[in-house]
Ligand binder design. Structure first.
Ligand code: F6P
Length: 422
C-alpha cells in the first residue's frame, strides 16, 4: 500500500548526467511499494510553486532508461532563489499547499548549494506546519564546489571534456605554430572555484606539454607575470596553450569577464575572458591566436561523459530514494572516497545544513607554486573522476539517440499562483 507520492525537481545549471540521476530516482522509486507516483516539477521549484507537476508514470520504462544517456534537464531547471522564511513565508506555504494537494511525502531536489539551502528551509517549515515530508538534496554541479562530498556529479564529465579538448586543440596548434597560430586560449566555467580549469591540467604531464598556463579564480591575475610566461613558453616550446577560468579576478577582486548581468541568485553572468586575453597577447607580444569559449558545450557534452561520473550520478539518485523511504530528512547523499587505486567510494548521508551555502574552492596544495598549473596532489584527486567512457546509442542518421519525454502535466487542484506578486 503506497504512503504517498514522491516529487523530483532539477535546479540550477544542468549537466551531462543530471538526467542519469533522474533515471535512477524514477527507476528506484518505481520499485518501492511505499511510493505511489513519481512526479517531476516543470522547471524546478518554479513548477512546484505554479503547481506544474509532470506525471512520470506515463513514461515507458525504456524512455526513463534512455534518460541515463540524454543530456540537458529532462523536466526543465531554474535559477530561482527562495528567500529567508521570514521574507518569503508565503512562498514556502504555497509549496506545502502543493505538496498536500498532491499527497507528496518525499521531495528530492537535484542541485547545488543554493538548492541544498532551499530543501533545508522547506523541511524546516514543513515541520513547523506539521506537514510530514522528507526533503532530500541530490548533488549536482559542474562547478564541483559542494563541501563534504568527494566530488559532484556532473563535474567528472566536464573535467573529461575539458582535458580531452585541450589535448586535441593543442595537437592542432602544435601543427600550425611555425607559420600561423602561436597561442590558443580556452575559457572554462566554474565561477569562483577552479576545479574545471584544474582538470585541464590532466591533458599533459610534462612542462612542455599543454596546457602550459592555467589561470585559476583562486589566484589573483597578474598581467605582467602572465605575459612573461606566454613569451617564455612560445620561445621554448614554439607555441602556448592557456586555459582560463571564467572566474579569474584582478587585484581589485573584479571578474575579468563580468558581462554586467546577474541571475536570480545575484550571481554575475561570466564569459568572455578568453577573447580579452587573446587581444592582450596580440597587442603586447604580437602572436597570432585562436580562442574558444565552450560555454554550454562543456556541460552538455554527454558524448564524452566519464564513466565514473555517470556511475556516481546514478548512485546518488538511487541512494536519495533509499534514504527518503528510510525516513531520513534534510540530508544529501554524498560521495566518500574510500581508496585511490582502484578508485572506490561509498554513498553516505550528510546534513543539508552542513552543505547549504558553503563553497569548496581548490585547496592551496592543489595549485603549483608559480600559480599556473596543478600539483601531483591535484592530479591524484582528479584522475579517477575522468576515467572510463559511458557510450551512448547513435541513430542511423549519425546523431545520438536522445530521448524526449512526454512530460504530461497533472490536472491542477489549487487556485492559480503568480510568483511575481509574492
Ligand atoms: O551551474 C554552474 C554553471 O555552469 C557555472 O559554471 C556557470 O557560470 C553558470 O552555471 C552559468 O549559468 P547559467 O546557465 O544560468 O547562465
Amino acid at each position: 500500500m503506497s504512503e504517498g507520492n514522491l516529487l523530483y525537481a532539477q535546479s540550477g545549471g544542468v549537466t551531462a548526467v543530471i538526467n542519469t540521476t533522474a533515471a535512477a530516482v524514477i527507476e528506484t522509486a518505481r520499485k518501492q511499494k511505499k511510493i505511489g507516483k513519481v512526479l517531476a516539477a516543470r522547471n524546478g521549484i518554479l513548477g512546484v510553486l505554479r503547481e506544474e507537476l509532470i506525471d512520470t508514470s506515463l513514461e515507458s520504462a525504456e524512455d526513463i532508461h534512455a534518460l541515463r544517456h540524454t543530456p540537458g534537464g529532462a523536466f526543465g531547471s531554474c535559477r530561482f532563489k527562495l528567500k529567508s522564511l521570514d521574507e518569503h513565508r508565503a512562498q514556502y506555504e504555497r509549496l506545502i499547499e502543493v505538496f498536500k494537494a498532491h499527497d507528496i511525502r518525499w521531495f528530492l531536489y537535484n542541485g547545488g548549494n543554493d538548492s541544498a539551502d532551499t530543501s533545508n528551509k522547506l523541511s524546516q517549515i514543513a515541520e513547523a506546519m506539521g506537514y510530514p515530508i522528507h526533503c532530500i538534496g541530490v548533488p549536482k554541479t559542474v562547478d564541483n564546489d559542494l563541501v563534504i562530498t568527494d566530488c559532484c556529479p556532473g563535474f567528472g564529465s566536464v573535467a573529461k571534456y575539458t582535458a580531452v579538448s585541450v589535448k586535441e586543440a593543442s595537437l592542432d596548434v602544435a601543427s600550425m605554430h611555425e607559420s600561423s597560430t602561436k597561442v590558443f586560449i580556452m575559457e572554462v566555467m566554474g565561477r569562483h572555484a577552479g576545479w574545471i580549469a584544474a582538470a585541464a591540467g590532466l591533458a599533459g604531464t610534462k612542462a612542455s606539454e599543454a596546457p602550459h598556463i592555467i589561470l585559476f579564480p583562486e589566484v589573483v591575475f597578474d598581467e605582467a607575470k602572465f605575459l612573461a610566461k606566454v613569451k617564455e613558453t612560445v620561445e621554448s616550446v614554439g607555441w602556448c596553450t592557456v586555459v582560463v577560468s571564467e572566474g579569474v579576478k584582478n587585484a581589485d577582486g573584479k571578474f575579468l569577464s563580468e558581462a554586467g548581468t546577474r541571475d536570480a541568485f545575484g550571481h554575475a553572468q561570466l564569459g568572455g575572458v578568453a577573447p580579452m586575453l587573446a587581444d592582450l597577447v596580440k597587442r603586447t607580444l604580437g602572436h597570432k591566436y585562436h580562442w574558444a569559449v565552450p560555454d554550454y558545450l562543456q556541460r552538455s557534452a554527454r558524448h564524452l561523459a566519464s564513466r565514473t561520473d555517470f556511475e556516481q550520478a546514478y548512485a546518488v539518485g538511487k541512494a536519495a530514494v533509499e534514504f527518503a523511504v528510510k525516513g531520513l530528512n534534510a540530508v544529501m547523499p554524498v560521495i566518500k572516497r574510500k581508496s585511490q587505486n582502484p578508485y572506490t567510494y561509498t554513498i553516505e548521508a550528510a546534513n543539508l545544513s552542513d552543505i547549504a551555502n558553503h563553497e569548496k574552492k581548490m585547496p592551496a596544495n592543489f595549485i603549483r607554486a608559480d600559480g599556473f598549473g596543478i600539483t601531483a596532489a591535484a592530479r591524484k584527486y582528479l584522475q579517477p573522476l575522468i576515467e572510463g567512457e559511458a557510450p551512448l546509442p547513435y541513430r542511423p542518421d549519425g546523431l545520438p539517440d536522445y530521448v524526449q519525454l512526454k512530460n504530461k502535466l497533472l490536472k491542477q487542484k489549487l487556485p492559480k499562483y503568480s510568483i511575481s506578486d509574492k
